[in-house]
Write a protein that binds this ligand. Structure first.
Ligand code: NAG
Ligand code: NAG
Ligand code: NAG
Ligand code: NAG
Length: 387
């Protein structure tokens, strides 16, 4: 009996490392990139090792864990983690991934693409990171700059405690994903870096971004066409261009965003806070959008509907309606702390309540054009709304 227990204990102890060697017949595999040829010296291209570990993890059954170990830096030039997979996968992401400088780029629109993988969890455990070496790209404004992390058609996705820095363009793109949660994500790029959105969400539903810290050169979060049930809570944004719906109507007609809920977020020194931007001439809608419990520190346009974004000839735009701004407090660096600048087709059912925004050294005020709705208990006074 004693011997038998010891035998079991030894088996338990060695099985995690064994399982990578003999995953045939096992249901729960651990696939470490180091055991699949990665060097982790920050110089050798480890892309193939990552893809080889992924392919085994994906083919395995049960739960597969892909390990990117801590204490190592992996240069990758382009990695695709594609599904569908047999296994439910956890990426234990505790090491550092670095992109090559612009000259070493292998092409592709994203450094890391994860496509058609359902039930994926990525856990950075507050250690893992990806750096896009964006400073080698930012000067080239007209280049087709790549993004760092792209999720396409990944349902039931969970990404936690990961740091993403210096993307040449967008840091995290979420496209056609339903039920995705991002929590404890840290994004960091300078204010001057061009088009470096923190998150870019499109054609996705039930996406939640929680307790995350975003410093970017463009929108902290951009919620684009085809998206609904999008939440942002406990997000700190700044520098950046705010948490934006849109721009909508630019590339396609019938651009639709609905059911957006932004709560308990802080904007620090940002260009915008709560922004809805649509281009003139576009069709579709942005509706049922709520921003509440928002703290502002020196924000240029705290509350901003901009329907003339990238103006075209037409003066109508897609329908903006049922937008609530509740519980904004803090400071704006501009006079128009509240700017509801709608096209001739108008914005409807706008509600402002319990807001208090001041512009130190200036008299904060509100600007409205073709904006319909109600304001109460709001400073500055929004006398310009029509019924
Ligand atoms: C968004 O927040 C609301 C209110 O807290 C919650 O009921 C809903 O489940 C959340 N949705 C997502 C997609 O997380
Ligand atoms: C608001 O967000 C912060 C993180 O920025 C979090 O610590 C706090 O618990 C949140 N408060 C509420 C009421 O959700
Ligand atoms: C508005 O969106 C919220 C989620 O943010 C949802 O719970 C609610 O049902 C929506 N209201 C309407 C009228 O669709
Ligand atoms: C409102 O939008 C128009 C374009 O339609 C622009 O010319 C004007 O400067 C904007 N006003 C404010 C106060 O933003």
């Amino acid at each position: 009996m004693q011997k038998f227990i010891t035998y079991i204990l030894i088996l338990c102890f060695i099985s995690p490392s064994l399982s990578t060697l003999s995953n045939v017949g096992t249901t729960n595999g651990i696939y470490n990139v180091m055991e699949n040829g990665a060097i982790g010296d920050g110089k050798t291209d480890d892309s193939q090792a990552f893809e080889s570990a992924w392919s085994k993890a994906c083919k395995g059954g049960g739960m597969s864990t892909l390990v990117i170990p801590s204490g190592k830096t992996f240069l990758v030039t382009k990695v695709n983690f594609n599904g569908p997979c047999n296994a439910k996968i956890l990426i234990q992401f505790e090491g550092q991934i670095v992109a090559p400088p612009k000259a070493g780029w292998k092409g592709g629109v994203y450094l890391i693409s994860i496509e058609r993988v359902n039930g994926l969890t990525i856990d950075g455990n507050d250690q893992g990171g990806v750096d896009g070496d964006g400073s080698t790209w930012w000067d080239c404004r007209n280049c087709d700059r790549p993004g760092v992390l792209y999720f396409h058609a990944c349902n039931d996705l969970s990404v936690n405690k990961l740091k993403i820095t210096n993307s040449p363009k967008c840091h995290v793109s979420v496209n056609q994903c339903n039920h995705a949660t991002f929590s404890g994500i840290s994004i960091d790029s300078p204010a001057t870096s061009p088009n470096t959105d923190g998150f870019d969400i499109s054609f996705s539903t039930y996406v939640s971004i929680q307790n995350s810290n975003i410093k970017a050169g463009d929108d902290c979060i951009a919620i684009n066409g085809g998206s609904s049930f999008i939440n942002a809570t406990g997000v700190s944004c700044g520098p950046g261009h705010g948490i934006s719906v849109g721009s909508l109507g630019k590339k396609r007609q019938d651009d639709r965003v609905s059911n957006v809920y932004v709560r308990n977020c802080t904007f620090i020194g940002t260009q915008n806070g709560a922004r809805i931007k649509t281009v003139l001439g576009g069709t579709g809608f942005a509706k049922n959008i709520t921003y509440e419990q928002i703290i502002l520190q020196n924000v240029r346009n705290p509350i901003f509907i901009d329907q003339a974004y990238d103006a075209r000839v037409d003066d109508t735009s897609l329908l903006v309606s049922s937008v609530t701004y509740r519980g904004f407090t803090g400071t704006s660096s501009c006079v128009f702390a509240i700017n509801l600048n709608c096209s001739s087709s108008g914005c409807f059912d706008i509600l402002l309540e319990q807001n208090n925004i001041v512009s130190p050294g200036k008299q904060a005020s509100a600007f409205c054009k073709n904006a319909h709705g109600t304001a109460r208990d709001t400073v500055p006074n929004v006398g310009c709304l029509s019924n």
